[in-house]
Design a protein around this ligand. Sequence first.
Ligand SMILES: *[C@@H]1O[C@H](CO)[C@@H](O)[C@H](O)[C@H]1NC(C)=O
Ligand SMILES: *[C@@H]1O[C@H](CO)[C@@H](O)[C@H](O)[C@H]1NC(C)=O
Ligand SMILES: *[C@@H]1O[C@H](CO)[C@@H](O)[C@H](O)[C@H]1NC(C)=O
Ligand SMILES: *[C@@H]1O[C@H](CO)[C@@H](O)[C@H](O)[C@H]1NC(C)=O
Ligand SMILES: *[C@@H]1O[C@H](CO)[C@@H](O)[C@H](O)[C@H]1NC(C)=O
Ligand SMILES: *[C@@H]1O[C@H](CO)[C@@H](O)[C@H](O)[C@H]1NC(C)=O
Ligand SMILES: *[C@@H]1O[C@H](CO)[C@@H](O)[C@H](O)[C@H]1NC(C)=O
Length: 577
Amino acid sequence: MKLSNIVTLSGFLVASGAISQQYPLQRNVTRKPNFLFIMTDDQDLQLNSPAYTPHILNRIKEKGVDFVNHFVTTALCCPSRVSLWTGRQAHNTNVTDVKPPWGGYPKFISQGFNDNWFPVWFQNAGYNTYYTGKLMNAHSLSTYNKPFPKGFNGSDFLLDPHTYSYYNSTYQRNQEPPRSYAGHYTTDVIAEKALGFLNDALESDRPFFVAVSPVAPHSNIEPGALGRSRQTLMTEPIPAPRHQHLFPDVKLPRTANFNPVNRTGVSWVSNLALQNQTVIDYEDHFYRQRLRALQGVDELVDQLISRLEDSGEIDNTYIIYTSDNGFHIGQHRMPPGKTTGFDEDIRVPFFIRGPGIPAGKTVDHVSTHIDLVPTFFELADLPLRDDFDGTPLPILRESATVPHEHVTVEFWGVAVLEGEFSTIGPDGDTHFSNNTYKSARILGEGYNLYYSVWCHGEHELYDLTSDPYQINNIYASENPTFHLLGRPLDAVIARLDALLLVLKSCQGSTCIEPWQVIHPDGSVHSLKDALDPQYDIFYQQQPKVSYDDCLDGYLIAHEGPQVGLQYRDGLSWSAWA
Ligand SMILES: *[C@@H]1O[C@H](CO)[C@@H](O)[C@H](O)[C@H]1NC(C)=O
Ligand SMILES: *[C@@H]1O[C@H](CO)[C@@H](O)[C@H](O)[C@H]1NC(C)=O
Ligand SMILES: *[C@@H]1O[C@H](CO)[C@@H](O)[C@H](O)[C@H]1NC(C)=O
Ligand SMILES: *[C@@H]1O[C@H](CO)[C@@H](O)[C@H](O)[C@H]1NC(C)=O
Ligand SMILES: *[C@@H]1O[C@H](CO)[C@@H](O)[C@H](O)[C@H]1NC(C)=O
Ligand SMILES: *[C@@H]1O[C@H](CO)[C@@H](O)[C@H](O)[C@H]1NC(C)=O
Ligand SMILES: *[C@@H]1O[C@H](CO)[C@@H](O)[C@H](O)[C@H]1NC(C)=O
């Protein structure tokens, strides 16, 4: 794995190589750029779904930059979306679930974010803002006007409990009452709405931000339909009739972690039974239905970009494509779903094209969803906010980006299983509780690691360089001479745990430059720097990340030590300032 070289240019750190030097910035500075943002729901990268959407590949990815190491910070729709639109980790939004009391739209409101989030900031900066599709969970027939989401010039939201019903959706426009689209295919409905908003946006002299959030390829949910265990019934997505016969022979990639013969993972994952052929066949079908459902999105993207071309605004518009979180099907024996920290769930597609961005490039610099709002601010030439936990992506030549090699991944509560063979929970239900963990995904020069601490005290450490499918948990290697990165395993784990102790409660700059908290003299910027043997004793003394018990939400008093030690010199250290 190769990271972009980092060079210092006029006081800023910018990434070189992939983008910057050869490509001068070609923006018309007299006018701010427009944005078209498309976000699918639960779309994987690891299972290769983008390969089946030719328009998205040809018209966005190949015309711009593909961030190949792009991650979400919480692998669940609502927390991930709130983090994205506020630029904060979930521990700084405390919107950690899809429904009250820990999450959902009512929690977003009670946390005060309706006055303090992206559309409000961008509108105040002179943008016309539009949004159609799914905003967040528990934004429903009973909560949509309590109060209305702020900051949009035009909005048309999908509402619960009809959000995921492909043929019986409800949309709610501006301040109008909700309207049922029973019998209409949801992606075709949203395509019409998105084109309408794009037309509105193109009529005004102000720059625009148009966000389109179709529900595909999320599982289908019929309002009120319950499964055998009386829990919400989530079935494979439904394609439009014109796409339902596509890809008859496609199967899930049979990677090493697909239904593995040996148990993998920890906690509930490690107790799952091997899947039989009936289940595997169903999972292949489930996967094909997702690829088919994505075809409607592919057409929608094609139509929106054609409209931008016709308008003459295409060269002044950034076009962004991503998903709110990833998805797994059969990996580690798991039925379809998200919520875990495995790469399938946290890695998502992220493509961006637009003024000054070169075509057909890839960037392997680590990036996350909380970096997106800071990136949009920078592209619109707005000053960054102090409460951003992320940093702009290295897209512009003189970017304020601070390169980081880590992603902080957090989760509280329940793992929900989807599809027909999902009633395998403890009581024959589709839920596993105590799916509460903190983790760090780290990709740096010479290393590619995932480290997690679970609420029951279990740990995981995967070396993705030798084990890309996260099969071998080396945390408790029984071989005492086991070395990683040229250091004894326990020396590496001590650094990773100290890093996670900072990240699990970081805020603003400490999320972006966590090593600075531990080494305030600025001598350590990476895991590699921290591994220097001169720090071995210091790292052995650090308090360890732990939980007192397993909760479904964020109560600090139950989450173990909060403050670690700071390195002063070779002889002394003290608690973080
Ligand atoms: C820049 O945008 C302004 C306003 O849209 C336009 O009048 C001007 O011609 C543009 N200049 C260039 C160099 O494209
Ligand atoms: C969009 O909303 C802002 C804030 O209310 C307003 O100033 C602006 O004129 C609106 N744009 C249009 C096209 O109505
Ligand atoms: C749509 O959902 C409503 C509410 O659950 C239900 O009464 C209605 O029958 C459904 N319509 C269709 C066409 O499925
Ligand atoms: C499964 O575990 C056994 C016993 O530890 C080991 O010998 C075997 O190589 C493992 N198989 C795979 C495919 O990892
Ligand atoms: C396969 O496993 C599923 C889920 O456990 C079960 O319902 C089904 O009966 C099994 N089928 C066969 C043929 O064993
Ligand atoms: C979850 O963990 C708590 C202890 O933290 C325990 O009491 C409870 O039984 C666990 N629940 C399940 C389903 O494992
Ligand atoms: C998060 O929200 C829960 C539920 O409202 C609340 O009990 C808890 O104190 C909050 N946690 C923090 C750290 O603010």
